[in-house]
Design a protein. Structure first.
Length: 672
């Protein structure tokens, strides 16, 4: 029963004032287990709920064991329930050590402290859950049935994949345990997570190094990685995502290892009794999809909400899953899958013609990148379907191209407005830079000679003999030329034709070139200004120009976030042909293989030649067969493949035993 006389103890517990609480308890020993709130909570409940660890530890020492079992009248929680939620690891361990029966006491909802912690699971109470699982090893029922499913699903939803792997390894039945709704499983919780690597992380320095096998992803980063993280935050994010992907893959493999032990009927119910495969496709969980198809190939044909997973991949723009499914179908399956129609009579190309879901469309920040990605995706699907389906009409008498135009009409208008607005703004900046660069070229730093007695010097710059003057003139000329180029490029955008077709390549490329020219002009102006300042002040304040240049460079770098982000977005959508060729090269295939990779210089040489050939193919594909650059590259490639200098790399790489240092280097660069 609550009494107003316990208010001092209540305030002391809420304010973490142990001294006042100890004085009150010494005067009234019974207050240590008394209800001091209206809902029947003791001082231990209040301190545990307020996350006052030291107060809780002191109070446990003087409390009798039976007082630890007291529940509140609100939801029947003990102090251990609240301590687990608050993340008081030391307090939880002390309470369990003092009275182990506490871990079996359930609240009004039938949840013991472990299951209660699973509801509020987070990183801060991960160790507590691990501790409680160890303490409850002699109670296997908690890890079975719906309680086990609730536990493993909650842990997986909280992205505690290492803990989930440990539990499934100890209790294999958790791998396929289902909650009451029959849909929630550990695999479904993984499928709900978007584990894809963001574009910014994918373009980080660490991404480049790991892609070519020059750096390994380890749980404990090396000194080199720590230095890299300091300068490149995207590399830190890439490292974290890669570590997470490795752990998730181990967890998925463990789940499917247990899944393969199920009988046929249970396996069918597990697959088709839930929507985890559909969720995995929507979120791009390629590892889950790959294992599902290899384990149960018929999964490709079973409809998920009246669509097969191939259609779901097309609808949600999941390129990796789309490519994987298409590559693993025979010719008949490809025709049958692409002919699958919607309720309105459309085929797979009609599905691709519809606008992407907002979750996929909003990956790109600008409408230009959004419409470009949509056009490229539609053309990719179009190239995979039979020609007869390209002009097939649905019940509304629309071919796929007409559906695409209708669905993306508003997005094209937004992209057009964005392009014009960006071109107008950038034109103003480019014009200002051109004005400044032209004025700087006329009014040179230090002035010119005006001595009429020496005609050879009249009109020449006073500082002409200084080395900095050459840098100044080159930077100023570069600023003028690049700014005027930017003006013309943005002008072509402003007065150009903003049709749907032009948003695939022409307009985005013009925008990228204009932004790059503008960035180059601004950077050149900063360099020219710094050089002019250094020439004028070098005799008196020699340190000032360098300090100002450093500040200007840092400010310039920080201000580039917006234009560079747009350029990277457009570059990421428009993938060069030679990049896809390199991804299929022997070197990259070897680096992707987890087995030991033999080092061979010949393979690296083949990659370089393939790189040259693919660039030549790219130019001929874009600009036509008669293009001078493409012809020149083709001749260089033919000469390189046929002449004698093609032999030494093969000879060295395949036959000659290299020194240990060189051998170590090649082995290091070939690490996975």
């Amino acid at each position: 029963m609550y009494h107003e006389s316990y208010r001092p103890l209540l305030e002391a517990a809420m304010n973490n004032d142990w001294q006042s609480a100890r004085v009150f308890i010494d005067n009234d020993p019974g207050s240590v287990k008394a209800s001091i709130t209206v809902c029947g909570r003791t001082a231990l409940h209040i301190a545990a709920g307020s996350a006052h660890s030291e107060f809780v530890l002191n109070l446990i020492e003087i409390m009798p064991i039976e007082a630890l079992e007291l529940k509140d009248r609100y939801d029947g929680n003990t102090a251990l329930h609240l301590a687990v939620i608050a993340g008081l690891e030391d307090a939880v361990k002390v309470m369990v050590k003092k009275h182990k029966k506490l871990i079996r006491i359930c609240n009004n909802e039938g949840l013991n402290p472990l299951l209660n912690a699973a509801i509020y699971v987070s990183r801060k109470n991960e160790e507590i859950i691990r501790f409680l699982c160890d303490e409850m090893q002699d109670e296997p029922t908690i890890f079975q049935g719906h309680s086990g499913a609730h536990l493993i699903c909650s842990i997986t939803h909280a992205a505690l994949y290492e803990l989930a792997t440990t539990l499934i390894d100890r209790h294999p039945s958790l791998a396929t345990a289902q909650e009451d709704d029959g849909n929630s499983t550990a695999l479904y919780a993984i499928a709900e997570k978007d584990l894809s690597i963001p574009t910014a992380y994918a373009k980080s320095i660490l991404s480049f190094l790991t892609y070519y096998g020059l750096c390994e992803i380890t749980k404990k980063p090396s000194i080199f990685l720590k230095v890299l993280f300091f300068f490149d935050h995207n590399s830190r994010g890439f490292h974290a995502r890669q570590l997470q992907s490795i752990v998730v893959l181990e967890l998925v493999e463990l789940i499917f290892k247990q899944f393969k032990k199920m009988n046929g009927e249970d396996k069918y119910q597990f697959f088709f009794g839930s929507n985890f495969i559909k969720t995995a496709v929507k979120n791009g969980s390629i590892d889950i999809v790959r294992m599902c198809i290899s384990t149960y190939p018929d999964q490709l044909w079973i409809p998920q909400e009246r669509r097969n997973i191939f259609e779901i991949a097309v609808k949600n723009r999941q390129e990796k899953i789309f490519d994987y499914l298409y590559e693993h179908m025979n010719a008949d399956e490809k025709i049958l899958t692409t002919r699958t129609v919607e309720s309105n009579g459309g085929n797979i190309l009609h599905v691709a013609a519809k606008i992407a879901p907002p979750s996929r469309l909003n990956i790109y920040s600008s409408p230009v990148a959004q419409i470009q990605s949509e056009i490229i995706w539609f053309k990719k699907v179009k190239n995979r379907v039979p020609r007869a389906l390209r002009n097939m009409r649905n019940n509304a008498d629309e071919i796929p191209r007409e559906v695409f135009t209708r669905e993306h009409k508003d997005l094209v208008k937004k992209a057009e407005a964005y392009m014009i607005r960006t071109a107008e703004s950038c034109q103003v900046v480019a014009a200002l830079v051109a004005t400044v660069a032209f004025a700087a070229a006329i009014t040179l730093p230090g002035g010119t000679f005006s001595d009429v007695t020496d005609a050879t010097k009249t009109g020449k710059p006073v500082l002409l003999q200084k080395q900095s003057f050459l840098v100044f003139m080159v930077a100023d000329a570069l600023a003028l030329f690049s700014s005027t180029t930017a003006i013309l490029l943005f002008l072509s955008i402003y007065i150009g034709n903003h049709t749907e077709r032009n948003f695939q390549l022409a307009l985005p490329r013009t925008l990228k070139r204009g932004l790059r020219s503008l960035i180059l002009s601004v950077l050149s102006v900063v360099i020219a200004f710094s050089m002019a300042l250094s020439m004028i002040l070098e005799d008196r304040y020699r340190w000032a120009p360098y300090l100002m240049f450093a500040v200007a460079a840092f400010t310039f770098y920080r201000s580039l976030n917006c234009p560079l982000k747009l350029i990277f977005e457009l570059d990421g959508i428009e993938k060069p042909l030679y990049w896809t060729d390199i991804k299929r090269s022997p070197t990259i295939r070897a680096l992707s293989d987890p087995s030991p990779v033999p080092w061979r210089l010949a393979v690296y040489w083949e990659d370089c030649l393939r790189f040259l050939s693919s660039i030549q193919f790219r130019y001929s594909h874009i600009y036509g067969e008669g293009n001078a650059v493409a012809d020149l590259l083709g001749k260089c490639g033919a000469i390189t493949w046929s002449q004698w200098w093609n032999e030494p790399p093969y000879f060295i790489g395949n036959r000659v035993k290299c020194p240990n240092i060189l051998k170590t280097w090649f082995k290091w660069t070939s690490k996975n």
